[in-house]
Ligand binder design. Structure first.
Ligand SMILES: C[S@@+](CC[C@H](N)C(=O)[O-])C[C@H]1O[C@@H](n2cnc3c(N)ncnc32)[C@H](O)[C@@H]1O
Length: 245
């Protein structure tokens, strides 16, 4: 089966080859739906609609989150940052990180990282650059920063002697406390000069009661696709989220 056959993504991504189960909601595709994108399936839309019923502002939050990301990239680019490490990239949308950065500095370089194989396949197909390695793609897990920083893709795209803008936007809420997200963020900045770290957990426990606290197991009535194996969002308090910013 290809993504196009299922009425979602238009690229001929071979979902069977990637082992993608379109009957289960996925965070990247659910977010794409919330942003008004086409790279999503019925299970993603149903899960997003269910979240929206509980959390009516979620579409606005998704759009504002994306605007925040682009503002952060522009701010860094205007400050002279020419390299970005974007972990938890999500599906291509408009504008993408490299487009926002390159509108300010044409020589900007970006490594896109996501643990979802379909996201990475779409990024590779759509987020292109005439210069070899100026835009890189890597399928890797945020919870293994060394696998990202030591990868041939990172070494080809990024100059670790120069500042790098580390973008961890709307992704840290997919980490549980057992993943030690604070250590993950620290390790993700190791071995180079981080220009800035932008982390924006979108799930706050006071606003989204049907997602689960980061320290608790999934609850029986949980919105489908927010269970850990998906993985889904974990909520954190404002004070613990503030520790990242
Ligand atoms: C809500 S989207 C955010 C996309 C983009 N950063 C933004 O803010 O517009 C979260 C993305 O993080 C990815 N993701 C979730 N857990 C991850 C992990 N452990 N390692 C890498 N990527 C992850 C998902 O596949 C999805 O594409």
């Amino acid at each position: 089966m290809t993504a196009g056959q299922a009425g979602g993504p238009e690229l001929p991504v071979d979902l069977d080859r990637f082992g993608v189960d379109i009957t289960r909601p996925h965070p990247a595709r659910r977010y794409d739906y919330l942003l008004g994108g086409k790279d999503n399936f019925a299970a993603d839309r149903a899960s997003a609609d269910e979240l929206a019923a509980t959390f009516p502002h979620i579409r606005t939050a998704a759009l504002e989150n994306r605007r925040f990301l682009i503002r952060a990239v522009r701010w860094l680019a205007r400050a002279g940052v020419r390299q970005f490490l974007d972990v938890g990239t999500g599906y291509p949308t408009a504008p993408n990180v490299h487009e926002a950065a390159r509108a300010i500095a044409a020589d900007s370089r970006v490594l896109y990282v996501d643990n979802d194989p379909v996201v990475v396949a779409h990024a590779r197909a759509l987020l292109t650059s005439p210069e070899p390695d100026a835009i890189g793609y890597l399928r890797a897990d945020l919870r293994d920063p060394a696998a990202i920083l030591d990868s041939p893709q990172a070494r080809a795209t990024l100059d670790f002697e120069q500042p790098i803008g580390l973008l961890l936007v709307a992704v840290l809420h997919f980490l549980d406390d057992v993943d030690d997200p604070y250590a993950v963020v620290t390790a993700s900045s190791n071995g180079y000069q981080p220009a800035a770290s932008s982390s924006c957990p979108t799930s706050r426990s006071t606003r989204c009661p049907r997602t689960r606290p980061a320290t608790s197991p999934p609850s029986p009535g949980q919105v489908p696709g927010t269970e850990r194996s998906a993985p889904g969002p974990a909520t954190r308090s404002h004070s613990s989220s503030a520790a990242w910013t």
